[in-house]
Design a protein around this ligand. Structure first.
Ligand code: HEM
Length: 534
């Protein structure tokens, strides 16, 4: 028998209201689901689905399934499982991944009018770069103007004038490394930094450690890369935070960001002024663009230069990837040395003009870029209009990522993709063979469409010159362990760095020796001395 008490009455009341609330909630939920099904987006009248993808949690979506390191490997798993166009949900933000050369070219090249925007990076573009970072600024008039400026400065004539600089710096690399082989990684950094500083600003780098700009540039690049990391700064998740005054507890990041922005402004304008002074002796990309010559004012030019000056990190990553591959596959190194010895001979250094006669060396450079792409997820694009692709609906404002890691492993385009095989870029007559979607490089390391890297050709030449000099002058051999056995370098994807910077090999062992007859050439080379130039 039920005993009526005030407490049981209260509990009856409570359970009655609980069940009513539950019923009401169930009704609202069903109504919402029905509403979502019935309410038709006028741009998606057939109610087309988004691209397939992994199931996620409510609210967080797939966020917790993504590892913090080398997340391109997880994206690759999903692409293999769901197909070349995958959609994932990052805490409510829809992101589409593209996993083959064809689908990336379909959207970024063939539909470039609507897939050339960038996701909004408030900290990186609006605050740190004062709205002047060409790589992350929204697509529009300013972006087109900045790109045009870079294309005007990096024309065929300018690129050809950079070859002697690249060749000179590569020889300094050889000299440095022959004196101090253990420090070969820092010397690679010096090479890439020196090429960029000489071509962009007419500035000579003496050593990596003593140079007044290069270290600051690497630091600024690392800071910038960190500012792009998803969720690193809440202002990119909650844009209104930028209007919160910096004295409010928790808003200390604003002060830090303002300091970084000022440091970058000072660095970029100081380097621009250095280029003005250096022009008396050596003209450069920046000195040629002063006074609105490229259609951008001097402050804009300083930012364009500053952003380009941050690219040595990518060049360094490709160059050290090449060295690792040569240590791992000595037979490929040997074949390339035979080609170079036959074409260039042993009486002079190689020059860029030899590249047309050195198809195997060129194929090695391409394969290095394909095999371990230093930008495994490139830079995300964003769409500016609703679109339908392969029967899927992709709404305006979607972040679209070309997963270069997966694109470079598409077995139809690159059979046996895990093998390091330069021959894939050559036919039986040693003629260059590129791919259907990448007719100039054969790979997609430099991106796609209207956001394709405008420095791609210059970067490609700088890496080629580096590779040809190493093959001509040095033997990159495996170190031996205490039992005299060769140490075969571990080249699994886990042995490459992750994080904001370009992905490069983690420290590896390599025995560097000078090939016969080369030392006398190295003896002739004078290392640069500190000079009073700006
Ligand atoms: C090996 C070296 C390099 C690699 C791997 C690389 C790669 C890339 C990639 C993947 C993008 C984004 C493409 C996209 O969104 O689809 C990019 C953009 C860019 N790169 Fe490079 N790059 C390198 C060197 C350079 C050099 C030497 C310069 C300048 C001389 C340069 C200037 C730029 C600029 C200005 C952008 C932004 C383009 C835009 O958003 O419109 N890069 N690069």
């Amino acid at each position: 028998m039920e005993v009526f008490t005030p407490t049981s009455m209260a509990s009856d009341l409570l359970s009655a209201s609980k069940s009513q609330v539950m019923t009401l909630a169930a009704l609202i939920f069903t109504a919402l689901v029905l509403f979502r099904r019935l309410a038709k987006n006028p741009n998606n009248p057939q109610g087309l689905p988004p691209p397939p993808g992994p199931r996620g949690l409510p609210i967080l979506g797939n966020l917790l399934q993504i590892p913090s390191d080398r997340y391109w490997l997880k994206f690759d798993e999903w692409i293999r499982e769901y197909g070349p166009v995958v959609s994932i949900n990052l805490a409510g933000k829809r992101v589409v991944l593209l996993g083959t050369p064809k689908v990336a070219a379909d959207l970024f090249d063939r539909k470039s009018a609507i897939y050339s925007d960038r996701p909004r990076w408030i900290l990186a573009n609006d605050i740190l770069a004062k709205g002047m970072h060409i790589g992350v600024m929204p697509y529009g008039e300013k972006h087109r103007r900045f790109r045009k400026a870079i294309h005007s400065g990096l024309g065929t004539k300018a690129l050809a004038s950079y070859h002697p600089i690249e060749e000179h710096e590569a020889r300094i690399y050889l000299k440095e490394v022959s004196k101090n082989p253990a420090d070969f990684r820092n010397s690679v950094k010096r090479y890439t930094g020196a090429v960029i500083m000489a071509t962009m600003y007419g500035h000579t780098v003496t050593t990596f450690d003593s140079d007044k700009y290069v270290k600051k540039i690497f630091a600024s690049a690392a800071r910038f890369a960190g500012s792009l990391a998803p969720g690193e700064f809440l202002v990119d998740v909650f844009p209104w935070l930028r209007y919160v005054p910096s004295w409010v507890p928790g808003a200390g990041w604003k002060k830090k960001a303002a300091e970084w922005a000022e440091d970058d402004y000072d660095l970029f304008t100081t380097m621009r002024e250095a280029a003005r002074v250096n022009a008396a002796k050596q003209s450069s990309f920046i000195s040629e663009g002063l006074g609105n010559a490229y259609g951008v004012d001097d402050v804009e030019l300083a930012y364009i230069g500053g952003i380009i000056s941050q690219t040595p990190d990518t060049l360094m990553s490709v160059s050290s990837g090449f060295m690792l591959a040569m240590v791992r596959w000595p037979e490929i190194q040997k074949r390339a040395q035979e080609e170079i010895d036959r074409v260039v001979g042993r009486k002079r250094f190689p020059v860029f003009a030899d590249s047309v006669n050195l198809p195997y060396v060129t194929a090695i450079v391409k394969e290095t870029c394909r095999w371990r792409p230093v930008a495994p997820l490139s830079v995300p694009h964003a769409s500016t209009e609703d679109d339908v692709y392969m029967g899927y609906f992709i709404p305006k404002g979607t972040t679209v990522i070309s997963s270069i890691w997966s694109i470079h492993r598409d077995p139809e385009t690159y059979p046996n993709p895990d093998e390091f095989k330069p021959e894939r870029f050559l036919d039986e007559n040693m003629n260059e063979v590129n791919t259907k979607e990448s007719r100039s490089f054969g790979h997609h390391l430099y991106g796609f469409g209207r956001r394709l890297c405008p420095g791609a050709t210059m970067a490609d030449h700088a890496v080629w010159v580096f590779a040809a000099h190493i093959l001509w002058a040095l033997n990159l051999e495996r170190e031996k362990d205490e039992f005299g056995r060769e140490i075969i370098p571990d080249v699994r994807p886990e042995m490459f760095s992750s994080g904001g910077e370009a992905s490069h090999p983690l420290p590896f062992k390599c025995k560097i020796t000078v090939r016969p007859g080369v030392q006398e050439f190295l003896d002739e080379i004078e290392l640069p001395q500190p000079s009073p130039e700006a």
